[in-house]
Design a protein. Structure first.
Length: 588
């Protein structure tokens, strides 16, 4: 713990600066650094809040989350993010504020990850500046603050992996070290399958390699046993996903994002702003120069410990890149067919294999720290060296990394990098201040929120459903809506019926299939998704037409003005949020 005394406050302050003004709005706003924040972030906050609520009220019902009603085991249709729960749950249970719990988890976890990188590289090199460069490489890779960790909260919980790298790099191991490694593997693997798969695969290869050498055979067996035990624990923890797969044989086709896996485009897929491996170019220069210097001096000044650090940093970098390869890879417009040579072809359940590159980012961060330490060592031994040479080099590296991060300096336009906004984008979080909440808390019957579908076609409105899930944190009623990686049988059909409301036949079917009791209509949200996509430059010509959603809005407002119908009776409203009672008999 004493080793955290220096880096943790430092990187906590750095993250506050890089994400400002998030720290000033911890309880009222959420990150909005990418479009995925509109749904993936809300889904993960809901999942962690749902688990926190279930563990203190009905632990046995943990799998049966309140979404996708009447489906069972609803928690396991999306990423549960178990590994983020220890950081989210205490704040949430004390404050009942999901935004506060999410933002603290996000900032604290990334600060811990940067600190872990710093400590590991410092242990290998003895240089705090090298640890700083490694942590700074991680933090200034745009993937960290502007894509998945910001839009899917559990991806921020990466703090165990640098320690796993450090422990796994030791060619010998004792029982205590093996048990600690086992524990860290479980904790990291619980975060997401996109972290568990590359971690277990990489460690398995290390274990096999060690068992092939007489001098490291014992350590290899210990690592293998730790992996088997940790893997068994992870299988048990994720058993719900196997249950869901058994209940829904075609679940891999039941998704809002289609079943086609996007081909990896090189170099954009490895170096573009959405890639976990897209470290600033300056880091690659530092790695190359440092590696060359290290290799050249091994003949006269060998260092087995540092050699192991270089080897493992390179191993995890290569592992991340290899796992990102898809069966078909694009290379400047040309198609390269890898087929079964691509490891991802063996993992049909993983739609976005680019996320497997997380371990590659960790390897690159460590290599940058090692490369800096080697360059600084050369400077200290060179003629006319001075005590300020290493700090000056660190300043130059840190400045160049930030220039690329914030201003896209040195990044080809073809990679898609543009200067960042002056401040970190935020959006107001949904709060428990709606006057409709007391009514929603009064009874416990199933609720449907509208809109739930795009205005045309059988396409789910992911942000609308994610907002419904987030709002359910404040009442915990069964919810027909839902969003996750996949959905259960019958869900999309129910959402299509929801789009036909207030039609009486559609309402009757929803009551029959899901015992629908209440319908909450957000009349002002019709066309919101289309307007948001257009504002972000992502909408089609048809969806960007003026007045999109106005007809649906007018229909519901006119329906509410008349008080509804006997089978769908208006009981409360808050501006354009309309609450209807659907529990009465079907319209005759």
């Amino acid at each position: 713990m004493r080793e955290l005394a220096l880096p943790l406050p430092l990187y906590g302050a750095v993250l506050v600066w890089l994400t400002w003004p998030l720290a000033a709005h911890l309880g009222t706003h959420l990150p909005d650094s990418s479009f995925q924040c509109q749904f993936d972030l809300l889904q993960m906050i809901w999942a962690l809040a749902d688990q926190s609520h279930a563990l203190v009220t009905a632990p046995r019902a943990l799998a049966d989350a309140n979404i996708y009603y009447p489906a069972r085991h609803a928690l396991f249709y999306g990423d549960a993010g178990f590994g983020a729960l220890p950081y989210f749950m205490p704040t949430f249970l004390l404050s009942r504020n999901p935004a506060l719990a999410s933002n603290l988890t996000f900032l604290v976890s990334l600060a811990l990850t940067a600190s872990a990188l710093h400590i590991v590289v410092h242990r290998w090199t003895g240089a705090h500046l090298a640890g700083l460069v490694a942590a700074w490489t991680f933090l200034t890779t745009r993937w960290v603050l502007w894509t998945w960790p910001a839009s899917a909260l559990n991806y921020a919980v990466l703090q165990y992996f640098p320690l796993i790298m450090y422990l796994a790099a030791a060619p010998v191991a004792g029982r205590g070290r093996t048990f600690l490694l086992l524990l860290l593997i479980v904790l990291q693997g619980l975060v997401t399958i996109y972290m568990a798969v590359p971690m277990l695969a990489g460690l398995g290869l290390i274990g096999v390699a060690r068992m092939m050498r007489h001098g490291t055979r014992r350590a290899g067996w210990q690592l293998t046993v730790a992996l088997l035990v940790a893997g068994g624990a992870l299988v048990i923890a994720n058993a719900g996903y196997f249950v869901v797969r058994a209940e829904n044989p075609s679940v891999l086709t039941q998704t809002a994002w289609g079943i086609a896996r996007p081909d990896l485009q090189i170099p954009v897929g490895l170096l573009g702003p959405w890639a976990a491996t897209a470290v600033p170019v300056a880091t690659l220069v530092v790695i190359a120069v440092g590696a060359l210097s290290f290799v050249l001096r091994q003949g006269t000044d060998p260092d087995e410990r540092l050699a192991g650090a270089w080897l493992h940093g390179a191993f995890w970098t290569v592992t991340g890149i290899v796992l990102m390869l898809t069966p078909v890879v694009g290379w400047y417009g040309k198609r390269i067919v890898l087929g079964p040579l691509a490891v991802s072809s063996w993992l049909p359940m993983l739609r976005r294999v680019d996320r497997l590159g997380i371990v590659g980012l960790m390897g690159l961060s460590v290599l940058t720290g090692l490369g800096f330490a080697e360059c600084a060592r050369r400077l200290r031994r060179g003629p006319g060296s001075a005590t300020w040479a290493s700090p000056l080099l660190a300043l130059l590296v840190v400045a160049s990394l930030y220039a690329r991060y914030a201003y896209a300096v040195g990044s080809p336009a073809s990679l898609g990098f543009t200067p960042l906004p002056a401040s970190f984008p935020l959006t107001p979080a949904i709060g428990p201040n709606s006057p409709l909440l007391p009514i929603l808390r009064t009874t416990v019957g199933p609720l449907l929120e509208v809109p739930a579908m795009r205005l045309s076609g059988p396409a789910l409105d992911a942000p609308a459903n994610a907002r419904a899930m987030y709002r359910s944190i404040f009442h915990w009623r069964p919810l027909l809506n839902g969003y996750g990686g996949y959905w259960p049988d019958g869900f999309l059909d129910r959402m299509v019926l929801a789009r036909e409301l207030p039609d009486g036949v559609a309402l009757a079917r929803l009551r029959q299939e899901a015992r629908l009791e209440l319908v909450l209509v957000h009349a002002g949200d019709f066309g919101r998704l289309e307007r948001d996509l257009c504002a972000r430059g992502l909408g089609s010509t048809a969806s960007c037409r003026p007045g999109v959603g106005s007809a649906e809005r007018a229909t519901w407002l006119d329906f509410a003005a008349a008080g509804g119908r006997p089978d769908l009776r208006l009981i409360a409203r808050d501006g354009e949020d309309l609450l209807f009672d659907a529990s009465a008999g079907a319209m005759k």
